[in-house]
Design a binder for this molecule. Sequence first.
Ligand code: SF4
Length: 393
Amino acid sequence: MASSVGVYVHIPFCTRICPYCDFAVEAAGDASAWQAREEAYVQALLAELALRQPRFAGRALASLYFGGGTPSLFRPDSLARIREAVEAAFVPAAEPLEITLEVNPSSVERERLPGFRSEAGVNRLSVGIQSFDDSLLKALGRGHGADASRQTWEAARRAGFENLSLDLIFAALHQTEAGLEADLAEALAAEPEHVSCYELVYEPGTPFGRAAAEGRLAPYSEEGSADMAERIEDRLGAAGYARYELTNYARPGYEAVHNRRYWQRRPVLALGVGAHSTDPPDAARPHGARHANPRMRAAWQEAVASGRWPLGEEEVLSQGDAMAEACFLGLRCAEGLDEAAFQAEFGISPRAQFGEAIARFLEEGLLEARGPHALRLTRRGRMLADTVCAEFV
Ligand code: SF4
């Protein structure tokens, strides 16, 4: 996989903007202008692909991920055009291509599910259910209710999707332990192949972030959210889902190919407004680089239309940056930090580079050895992962 690439396509439109959302998003807006907006955005994505593909040229295409925003607002034929262009830009991989689409539960998207599969070639759906509690969904400002989620899930199975991921939120607003238990029970009854569990974060600059800063909303305590995270690990683990990354659980063989690329620091070409790429190393950048596209659609579209690489920010990684990334991303995953691979890549062992922090975390029971050459978080370490990972940055 050394010479592979994953492609992420960001589609920023949503029917409404959730008050906790910190992604690069915008309201889909006036229905009469929607068709033209969708077409212009597809054209811009294709232009950006042509501009940026050369840096990833010759690589085998390992994954394609349509994220957002709400990419399922686009028609299947629009996604099919993007998929065809992406496939044509790279070498086919030996493994079947994972093509993921994020879907929100709504009637419009439900009707398109067969087309997403047959026409766009999508073979994995990530369904933004969040909760089966209508009062919590309403308080979160979501545009759907639990019944819409159930209908979308059933429609996805009827359409033939055999790889479904279910998104759940926790430590959210008035959610209780009993409410989380009910969500987990219904999620498990739906028999997903994959579950992603995200803690509600009160991001600065969002309405929820402002409300929390002004004392109008009270985030969960660190202890309260850690208790919920433990409960999730216990319930999903008992049902056969491995916590292969801090926020992600899967049945054997259903770990997300695309998402793993980020934690394994493999190249990802990210297209669209606000999209973040992981560029491969080359002679000028031996440790690779990170690119973030502009978050404003007008700026991104204008740059693409004029044939300029739509750079918002570029960060060329130093060896120190890359070593820190290798540690905290490795520790997020169940396999842990591979000390031999670290030594081979950087010419120094992680214990020599981060000796004091690693020794302390081992002593405090937050890290443990996994076999002779790897370190991983303990159960307690997983609950305090932010604190542990921050030491390496
Ligand atoms: S649906 Fe998702 S991407 Fe869109 S505003 Fe809500 S949280 Fe953000």
